[in-house]
Design a binder for this molecule. Sequence first.
Ligand SMILES: Cc1cc2ncn([C@H]3O[C@H](COP(=O)(O)O)[C@@H](O)[C@H]3O)c2cc1C
Ligand SMILES: O=C(O)c1cccnc1
Length: 353
Amino acid sequence: MIAAIQEVTGRITPPDEQAALRAVLRLNSLTKPPGSLGRLEELAVRLAGISRDEQPSYGKRMVVVMAADHGVCSEGVSAFPQEVTIQMAYNFLNGGAAVNVLARQGDAEVRFVDIGINGDIAHPQLIDRKVRRGTDNMAAGPAMSREEAMRAVLVGIQVAQEAVQDGAELLITGEMGIGNTTASAAVLCALEGIPAEAAAGRGTGIGDERLQHKITVIERALEVNAPNPADPIDVLSKVGGLEIAGLAGLIIGAAALRIPVILDGFISGAAALVAKALAPESTAYMIASHVSGEQGHKLMLDRLGHTALLDLGLRLGEGTGGALCLHFIDAVSRIMREMATFESAGVSASESV
Ligand SMILES: Cc1cc2ncn([C@H]3O[C@H](COP(=O)(O)O)[C@@H](O)[C@H]3O)c2cc1C
Ligand SMILES: O=C(O)c1cccnc1
């Protein structure tokens, strides 16, 4: 199974430098002082390189919400009970979650994948790719087997391939899974050698006492399992989650298919760290939409080498920040296509600086 993953990571090539250069030249020809559109210009250049087009635009975009449960919930690490995952599943499938609203506003489709919910869901829109019914409690032993972690990564790769077959030109990572900020923090600790107290945050809104407990649970999980930082599948299987593994696969799949993958918050960040460990070249296809209010997210983005576009204090996940970022991506597309050049508008260029 590792060979199937490596076959995909082996297909990731760097973005097109020529297209990126053409985007720089075009930006400098537009009726504005050079660089005056700030970070939007950086975004334009990166998207041009990724999409191999100096005027990139994205017709069909999809938010992929991977959902799974976490055995570590039995340690009391979330402000909400585990059943909320399956209850929210129906809310996503019926279009009522925050990300459904923001995706509609950003003209994106939401695909909801059950990769490991602890229960049965019946809904016509469900993409059922359940690898197992939730993980085991990582504070007592491995969250899942190595084989299950690899299967979940392959699910993500396959979902990316299907999305592109169905016309997707851009993917956004989304997730649902009560307890998943604990697993994501543990992945950050294991892969990057960050102490639990710097990696763990309040998730759904736990208080000081429960946060201290969450930190000790993460420390125990790391001690009991001793995940190997040089082996991302080992880290996923011991202290990760099924949706984290699935999103890592989705990111790798998007990079291999040369389409941009918009990262959402903390859980997406953990998946991106796994993707980076499996395929360092995949980071070139990632766009960091926002920096979450969850402690540790900024650290993740630093390790990924990305700066977030937005800082709105979001701490929801689901793909919400990623969906909001579509407005900036569309703004960039229109600037590259619709703005006049100095030449076409008859405007004098700068004399000297
Ligand atoms: C109603 C509700 C909707 C959500 N949508 C996303 N999350 C977010 O919160 C959870 C992670 O936080 P923790 O690790 O503290 O459990 C994940 O499901 C994440 O997607 C939600 C959480 C709740 C309660
Ligand atoms: O940043 C996130 O993705 C996040 C933060 C808190 C809870 N759920 C998700």
